[in-house]
Design a protein around this ligand. Structure first.
Ligand SMILES: Nc1ncnc2c1ncn2[C@@H]1O[C@H](COP(=O)(O)OP(=O)(O)OP(=O)(O)O)[C@@H](O)[C@H]1O
Length: 622
C-alpha cells in the first residue's frame, strides 16, 4: 500500500516543513552557488512580484526592526548610568537614567510586537503574489510535462517553494537585520564606555564560541531533522494511500491490517523525532555549559576590574547585561542559518519549475486566426511520437473543407486521439504541417487556436463546482437561454431535471459524483456553448448507452451543422453519415471515402464494419 516514493509532507514535529527529497537534491558544495542563485532570483523573481505599496511597507518594517534592535543595544548604557549615578549619590540622575532604560527596553519590545504584525501582513501579500505567479506558470507548462508528474506533485512544489521564500524573508528581516544592528550598537557602546580590552575580548570570544557551538549543533541536527521529516512524510503517504483506497479496504475487510500499517509508519516517525529531540537536547546542554563558563569568567574579570578601580560598578552591570543579552541574537542567528538552508531546500524545486519554459515560450507563433466561420483544415505529412523511439503518427495527410465533417476510425492505439491533440496544439509535431484556413498552427497564438477549437475528450474531468459553473466555463458571458440550448442539444436537460439541486448541483472532485455518460453530456454541452470553428469529438458518446447515444447524436449533428467537425469513433454506426471517413492504421491513413464506397471497396473499413456487425448484429457497433 505504501507508494514507492512517498511525497514528503510538510507536517513535521516542530512545525517546520522541509521537503525530504528536495533537501537531498543540493550537494553541500553547491550551497554557496544556490545562495547566490537564490539572491539573484529574489531580486528578479519574488521581489519583482511585490506591489510598490508592499515594497514600501517592507522597507518600513525593516526600518522599525532596525530601530528596535538599536534601542535594545543601547538600553544597558542607561542602566550603567543609573548604577553609576547611584554609586555617586546622584539620585535624580540615577532615576532619570533608570526611566530612560525602562523606556528604551519597553519601546524596543513594543516595536517588536508591532513589527511582527505589519510584517505578517506584508509577507502574506508576498505569498499571495508568489502563489499567483507560480500557479500561473505551472498551468502554462506544456501538457506533456503535466502528464509526466505525479498528481499533487506540482501543487506541493509550489506550496513548498512559497513557504521556503517566506521563511527566508522572515529570517532576513526579523533575525539577520536586528542581529547586525544590535551587534553594531553593542560594539559601539563597548568602545565608548571604555570597557577594559580583556573584558571586551572575553565577551567577543564568548560570542564567537557560542555562535560556533550553536551553528555546529544545527548542522549536526540537520540530518536528524530531515530523517524525521522523511519518516513523517512516509507515514502521511501510507495514511493518504489508505484513505484513497478506502473502498478496497472495506471490500476486503482489511481495516485491521491497514490500521496496523499506519500505526507502524507513525511509530517510525515518532522514533525519528525522538532521536532528533535528543540531539537538540545534547546541543542545548553544551550551549548552557559555554554560557555558564562565559558568565562566570566575565563577571570574575569585571569584579577584579571594579576592585582595582579600573571600572565603575555601572561597567560591571553593563558587562553582565551584555553577556545575558547577546545570547538571544546569537542563537537567533543560528536559527536564521537553519531557516535559510531549509528555505533554500524548499524553494529548490520551485526555482527549477520556474525555469521550465512554458507553452508560450515553446510556441512563440503569435498570429490571430482571420475570419470567423468554420475552419478549413489541411494536414500534410504529419509526424509525431511522444517518445522519439516510438513514432505514433507516421505521415498523416488529411483535409477537411470548411463546414464539413471527417470521421477518423481505426483500431485502438492507431493514433486517432494523438491527431486530435496535435490539432488543438497540446503537442507540437515532429514533422509536417497543420494549417487552419491556410495559417500554419505553429504560427498561431495558442490562445487564438484554442478559442477556435472545441474538444469533447474521451474522459471528461470537471471542476469541483456547480454544473452551471462547469458549463459556463466554456463561455463565461453566455446567457441563460444559450446555456439551456446547449444543454438540450447535449441531452443534459433531462439529467439536470432529475438532480435535487438542478444546475446548482456540485459535481464533486473531477466530476466524480456524475456518471461517465452524464459527464460526457456536460462536455458536449460545453463544446456546443463555445460555438467553435472546429469541433473535435473524440469518442464523444462512448460512455452512453445506445439509446441515449442515438438521442444525442441528432443534437450533436445540429450543433455540428456549419462547423468543421472531426469525429473519432469506435462505433462505426455513429459516423456512417460523415462527409468523409478516414481509416487510420499504425499512424497512417490507409483508406478514405464515404461509408457506402468504403464498404463496397471491401478494404480495412469493410473489415472493421464486418467485425462490429458480428459483435452487434443490429448495425455495426450500435
Ligand atoms: N501521453 C502519452 N505518452 C506516451 N505515449 C502515449 C501517450 N498517449 C498515447 N500514447 C501512445 O500513443 C499511441 C496512440 O495513442 P492514441 O491515444 O492516439 O490512440 P487511439 O487511436 O486514440 O486509441 P483509442 O482508440 O484506444 O483511444 C498508443 O500506443 C499510446 O500508448
Amino acid at each position: 500500500m505504501r507508494p514507492p516514493q512517498p511525497a514528503p509532507d510538510g507536517a513535521t514535529g516542530d512545525g517546520a516543513s522541509p521537503s525530504s527529497d528536495a533537501g537531498n537534491s543540493i550537494p553541500e558544495g553547491a550551497r554557496r552557488r544556490h545562495f547566490r542563485d537564490a539572491w539573484a532570483q529574489l531580486r528578479q523573481g519574488p521581489w519583482r512580484d511585490i506591489s510598490p505599496a508592499g515594497r514600501r511597507r517592507l522597507v518600513l518594517v525593516a526600518a522599525l526592526v532596525a530601530l528596535g534592535a538599536a534601542l535594545q543595544g543601547f538600553a544597558p548604557l542607561a542602566l550603567t548610568s543609573a548604577v553609576d549615578g547611584l554609586a555617586a549619590g546622584q539620585a535624580t540622575g540615577a532615576a532619570l537614567a533608570a526611566a530612560a532604560y525602562a523606556a528604551m527596553a519597553g519601546l524596543s519590545r513594543a516595536l517588536r510586537q508591532g513589527v511582527s504584525l505589519i510584517h505578517g501582513e506584508v509577507a502574506r501579500g508576498l505569498e499571495r503574489d508568489l502563489y499567483r505567479g507560480s500557479y500561473a506558470h505551472a498551468i502554462a507548462l506544456p501538457h506533456s510535462l503535466h502528464l509526466g508528474r505525479r498528481a499533487g506533485e506540482l501543487a506541493r512544489t509550489v506550496t513548498d517553494g512559497v513557504r521556503g521564500w517566506r521563511r527566508m524573508l522572515d529570517a532576513v528581516v526579523l533575525t539577520g537585520l536586528p542581529f547586525l544592528v544590535e551587534m553594531g550598537t553593542v560594539a559601539t557602546v563597548l568602545a565608548v564606555a571604555a570597557v577594559p580590552p580583556t573584558l571586551a575580548g572575553v565577551l567577543l570570544l564568548f560570542v564567537l564560541a557560542y555562535g560556533w557551538a550553536f551553528h555546529r549543533g544545527i548542522l549536526g541536527q540537520r540530518e536528524g531533522f530531515r530523517a524525521a521529516a522523511r519518516a513523517d512524510a512516509e507515514a502521511q503517504g501510507v495514511a493518504a494511500d489508505a484513505l484513497a483506497n478506502q473502498e478496497t479496504v472495506k471490500l476486503f475487510a482489511r481495516e485491521p491490517l491497514v490500521g496496523q500499517r499506519i500505526g507502524e509508519a507513525f511509530t517510525r516517525g515518532g522514533t525519528a523525532w525522538q532521536a532528533y529531540n535528543r540531539a537538540v537536547a545534547r546541543n542545548g546542554l553544551a550551549l548552557s555549559a559555554i554560557f555558564a563558563l562565559a558568565l562566570g569568567a566575565t563577571l570574575l574579570l569585571a569584579v577584579r576590574e571594579v576592585a582595582a578601580g579600573r571600572m565603575t560598578p555601572g561597567g560591571f552591570v553593563l558587562v553582565n547585561a551584555y553577556v545575558l543579552q547577546v545570547v538571544g541574537p546569537v542563537e537567533r542567528l543560528g536559527g536564521m542559518a537553519r531557516e535559510m538552508v531549509q528555505g533554500l531546500d524548499l524553494t529548490a524545486r520551485l526555482r527549477e519549475l520556474m525555469d521550465e519554459p512554458d507553452e508560450l515560450a515553446l510556441s512563440p507563433g503569435g498570429r490571430d486566426l482571420p475570419g470567423s466561420g468554420p475552419l478549413a483544415v489541411r494536414i500534410e505529412g504529419l509526424r509525431f511520437g511522444y517518445d522519439p523511439r516510438r513514432p505514433v503518427l507516421r505521415g498523416v495527410d488529411l483535409d477537411i473543407p470548411a463546414g464539413r465533417s471527417l470521421a477518423v476510425v481505426g483500431r485502438s492505439g492507431s493514433g486517432k486521439s494523438t491527431l486530435a491533440r496535435l490539432l488543438c496544439g497540446l503537442y507540437r509535431p515532429d514533422g509536417g504541417t497543420i494549417r487552419m484556413d491556410g495559417v500554419a498552427v505553429a504560427d498561431l497564438s495558442l490562445a487564438a487556436l484554442r478559442e477556435a477549437v472545441a474538444v469533447v475528450p474521451q474522459d471528461t474531468v470537471l471542476f469541483h463546482d456547480t454544473l452551471r459553473a462547469n458549463l459556463l466555463f466554456a463561455r463565461p458571458g453566455a446567457g441563460e437561454e444559450e446555456m439551456l440550448r446547449a444543454a438540450r442539444l447535449a441531452g443534459l436537460e433531462g439529467v439536470v431535471a432529475t438532480l435535487p439541486d438542478g444546475w446548482e448541483t456540485v459535481v464533486g472532485e473531477r466530476g466524480l459524483r456524475l456518471s461517465g455518460g452524464e459527464k460526457q453530456r456536460v462536455a458536449i454541452a460545453r463544446a456546443v456553448l463555445k460555438r467553435p470553428r472546429l469541433l473535435l469529438l473524440d469518442e464523444a458518446t462512448s460512455s452512453l448507452d445506445t439509446r441515449t447515444e442515438r438521442a444525442i447524436q441528432s443534437g450533436l449533428e445540429a450543433a455540428a451543422r456549419g462547423v468543421t467537425t472531426l469525429v473519432i469513433a469506435h462505433r462505426l454506426s455513429t459516423v456512417r453519415d460523415a462527409d468523409e471517413i478516414a481509416v487510420m492504421e499504425e499512424g497512417r491513413i490507409v483508406e478514405r471515402g464515404r461509408h457506402g464506397a468504403l464498404l463496397a471497396a471491401g478494404g480495412a473499413y469493410a473489415a472493421l464494419w464486418r467485425a462490429q456487425e458480428v459483435e452487434s448484429p443490429a448495425g455495426a457497433g450500435g
